[in-house]
Design a binder for this molecule. Structure first.
Ligand code: C2E
Ligand code: MG
Ligand code: MG
Length: 595
């Protein structure tokens, strides 16, 4: 019985042991059991392979040797050794930590006492290789961080202007809506601004320079207001500033205009940015965002119309000016249809010949018995496209009314102003040839005056048409030269025959004794390029004498004659001829006296 009982007990024990060893071997953890005497009492194969322990070493059961082997692989062996010693001194302690290997592997370590009944008989160490899991975790953490960075970048981009780093329209609109929903009585001001003639900077100096200019302007705007104010670029050369709770928006506006006065240097060229700005503030009758922006916009246009490079605060009268402009356009259309556009002529004298060699045709609008000057209707005509019909009418009238004068001397010519809008149509030469042909005027006797702006953004259409005109004998004059962002250096590549120096340069001549290097170099440079030079706006004898002395080929201005209608032109021509020949005689006498 007892034998039987014994055998039964043995079998159970064997079964338990085999279950234990099977479990030990099937776990992914490396397990080591060390007895209280410090000798290894058990370990599994996984433990040996994880630590790379030779089987022979394990077979010695020498705990010390095993420990030395283990320590050699760790990045921080002292720390591990201290832990082992601490646990040896405290047999009942449980502990857990992470081991870093020199080769980069990472193990998690658990250690707990081995107990039989209540007695501690040894210690179980288990190790788990978590290298892959940790790496995967690190990769996930990194990916999450990158995603978070990307998301915040995207969020910033959604509200940021990429070129200048300023806010964009979206952010401005959000902030404006927020400000308007804020406490009653808070000042809210919108400043809308647009760079004057920015297109010319882009076209003459290139897009890179244009971008640099926008960046610099953005920087100056930002520096002119408080950090809490929103400065946004709406697109192109349009910016907007939102001031909330500002005590003096006018002072801020004045500061901004002032800040742009300092020149900008772009690739060695000095440019002076200028802006037109409209200011609108929250008030009893303007409480919503769109009305505020609309008012700032109207004020900005008023600032442009008032001569640019300034700011204007919105006033209700500006609305009536806007209305007037709309009415002007309607009136102009009717005027074109009913023949109210007439032409006046201004003689241009030759300083060498002492005679009138050319006449410039200038459009006038006869409205209710008064003459509307071109400054007041040409811009509207260009905006609405009516300039095409007006230009055609001026050419036709000019050829008709001056036919006889031109026929009397083949060296005489008629100059007409041609707007860029007319050239954009692409068939201006055909129209000119047909009109001249129908009046019997030789194209050699026609001069087309264009301003430099027609060459901006030119996709060769303009150059092609001007070349076509020139090959048929028509001459091309560059009008108002020296204004805007023009440069002498560019003259060389333009298909023109004559340079018309703008009145503003002629006005610099007062006594005729001053030094005028820019004017002089314009004349010299044009001559150097084989162009003839006409001076515009000659009003005094001193100016005429100076220009003749400097070798200017022809002169035009009130000194000789104001623009005249066709019927009084003969007298004006005669008077102009007399003035120039007297002047030449005097100059000749002076020269003789000097000699
Ligand atoms: P512009 O082509 O430069 O014409 C010269 C302008 O200077 C004319 O002004 C003329 O009256 C003015 N002027 C001439 N001599 C003097 C002077 O001694 N002193 C002063 N202060 N001014 C003088 P206007 O006739 O008022 O024309 C202004 C501008 O309107 C023209 O400048 C031209 O750009 C434009 N324009 C006139 N007619 C036409 C046209 O038929 N078509 C186009 N596209 N533009 C035109
Ligand atoms: Mg002209
Ligand atoms: Mg001019």
């Amino acid at each position: 019985m007892s034998t039987f009982a014994h055998t039964e007990e043995d079998a159970r024990l064997r079964q338990a042991l085999s279950l234990l060893s099977a479990t030990l071997e099937s776990t992914a953890d490396g397990i080591l059991v060390v007895g209280a005497d410090g000798r290894i009492s058990s370990l599994n194969n996984q433990f040996l392979s994880m630590w790379g322990i030779p089987r022979e070493l394990a077979a010695t059961g020498d705990n010390e040797a095993l420990l030395a082997f283990v320590l050699g692989q760790l990045a921080n062996p002292d720390q591990f050794l201290a832990k082992v010693n601490a646990l040896f001194a405290d047999p009942e302690a449980e502990s857990h930590d992470v081991l870093h290997f020199r080769d980069g592997r990472i193990f998690e370590r658990y250690s707990r006492p081995q107990q039989v009944d209540d007695r501690v008989v040894g210690r179980v160490w288990s190790f788990r290789d978590v290298t892959e899991a940790r790496r995967a975790q690190d990769r996930i953490t990194q990916a999450m961080a990158a995603l978070a960075a990307q998301a915040s970048q995207l969020k910033a981009l959604a509200f940021q202007d990429a070129l200048t780093g300023l806010s964009n329209r979206q952010l401005f609109e959000d902030r404006l809506a927020y400000a308007l929903a804020g406490p009653c009585g808070t000042a809210v001001d919108v400043l809308l601004l647009d760079l004057d003639d920015f297109k010319e900077v882009n076209d003459i100096h290139g897009h890179h320079a244009g971008d640099q200019m926008l960046i610099e302007v953005g920087r100056r705007l930002r520096a002119s207001v408080r950090p809490s104010d929103v400065v946004a670029r709406l697109g192109g050369d349009e910016f907007v500033i939102l001031l909330v709770g500002s005590l003096d928006a006018d002072a801020a506006a004045a500061r901004i205009v002032e800040s742009l006065k300092a020149p900008v240097w772009l690739d060695g060229t000095m440019l002076r940015p200028s802006l037109s700005m409209g200011l609108a503030s929250i008030s009893d009758d303007a409480v919503d965002a769109s009305e505020l922006v609309r008012r700032a916009d109207i004020a900005m246009y008023a600032a442009k119309a008032a001569g640019k490079n300034r700011y204007l605060r919105f006033r209700p009268e500006m609305l009536s000016a806007l209305l007037e402009r709309t009415q002007l356009e309607a009136g102009l259309r009717a005027a074109v249809d009913s023949g109210e556009i007439v032409v006046h002529y201004q003689p241009i004298v030759s300083s060498r010949l002492g005679t009138v060699v050319k006449v410039e045709a200038l459009a006038r609008w006869e409205r209710d018995g008064a003459l509307v000057p071109p400054e007041q209707f040409i811009p509207t005509a260009e905006r609405s496209g009516l300039i095409v019909e007006i230009g055609t009418e001026v050419l036709l009238r000019g050829c008709t009314e001056l036919k006889a004068w031109l026929a009397a001397d083949p060296t005489r010519s008629l100059a007409v102003n041609v707007s860029g809008v007319q050239l954009q149509q692409g068939h201006f030469p055909e129209l000119l040839f047909a009109t001249a042909g129908s009046c019997g005027v030789d194209p050699h006797q026609l001069v087309v005056e264009v301003t430099e702006s027609v060459f901006f953004d030119d996709d060769c259409q303009v150059r092609r048409q001007l070349a076509q005109l020139r090959s048929a004998g028509v001459r091309v004059a560059l009008d108002d030269f020296g204004t805007g962002y023009s440069s002498l250096g560019r003259l060389q590549e333009l298909p023109v025959d004559t340079l018309k120096i703008d009145q503003s340069f002629v006005a610099m001549i007062r006594t005729g004794q001053e030094r005028l290097p820019i004017l002089n170099s314009m004349i010299d440079m044009a001559h150097g390029l084989g162009l003839t030079v006409t001076a515009e706006g000659v009003e005094t004898r001193e100016q005429a004498e100076y220009l003749v002395r400097r070798g200017c080929d022809s002169l035009q201005g009130f000194l000789f004659s104001r623009p005249q209608p066709a019927d009084t032109l003969p007298e004006a021509l005669a008077a102009s001829a007399r003035t120039i020949s007297d002047l030449r005689a005097d100059t000749a006498a002076q020269t003789l006296r000097v000699l």
